[in-house]
Design a protein around this ligand. Structure first.
Ligand SMILES: Cc1cc2nc3c(=O)[nH]c(=O)nc-3n(C[C@H](O)[C@H](O)[C@H](O)COP(=O)(O)O)c2cc1C
Length: 188
């Protein structure tokens, strides 16, 4: 890798921001999403369990998805205002990507699968940023994991790691300074 590529990658990492400022009318082509998912799978994973699962939710399915989440939140006893918001909020961007992590055959493997799926999410977001797409990592609401996994067609026991909003960015969100990395150099 030459120095120029190195700078491009570093700058791309520095401009990624959580954002939902997108063109709501412009679809994200399926081929682009497929490529982003493929790039996500270059994340490291322990024991080659290939733990990540992806579901792409667009169009009417976004409202169906929202209703599924809202029903789960209601059963869980969430506040009515949050429940009603959940019915519509997943349709705020042209696409929603759900990323899940399958269970392992031990607690440790399940935890490491999730670590790996989080790395896959970051790969996805960085690659999306470099294509002019905005991404926003949302958590799965409490009580909604299993209904969401089922909606997405994931294996049972899959952990929903990320519900990602995706769309073409309309605005570049300013990147604040990060705190200095907390590093300890130990050489003795
Ligand atoms: C595991 C994880 C879960 C997150 N869940 C949410 C969420 O539910 N809602 C939200 O607004 N942001 C969520 N975020 C995004 C963070 O709020 C965001 O990364 C943070 O504000 C820093 O902003 P930046 O990504 O632009 O640097 C999540 C991020 C991670 C890593």
């Amino acid at each position: 890798m030459n120095e120029n590529n190195h700078e491009i990658i570093a700058n791309n990492i520095r401009v990624r921001r959580t954002s939902m400022l997108v063109d709501k009318t412009r679809e994200v082509p399926r081929a682009t999403i497929e490529e982003l998912c493929e790039l996500a799978t270059w994340a490291p994973n322990h024991k080659r369990t290939w733990p990540w699962r992806f579901a792409v939710i667009t169009g009417e399915a976004q409202l169906r998805f929202g209703n599924t989440v809202a029903e789960a939140m209601q059963s869980f006893g969430d506040e009515p205002t949050k429940v009603e918001k959940a019915r519509i909020k997943y349709a705020r961007t042209p696409a929603l990507i759900v990323i899940g992590s399958i269970a392992g055959d031990s607690e440790l493997q399940t935890a490491e699968n999730r670590d790996s799926a989080a790395a896959a999410v970051q790969n996805f977001m960085l690659a999306a940023t470099s294509r002019g797409l905005a991404t926003y990592w949302g958590s799965c609401p409490k009580g909604a994991n299993d209904p969401v996994a089922e909606f997405c067609g994931f294996e049972s026991d899959t952990t929903v790691v990320c519900i990602m909003y995706l769309g073409w960015a309309t605005t570049q969100v300013e990147t604040p300074q990060r705190p200095t990395a907390n590093i300890k150099f130990l050489d003795k």
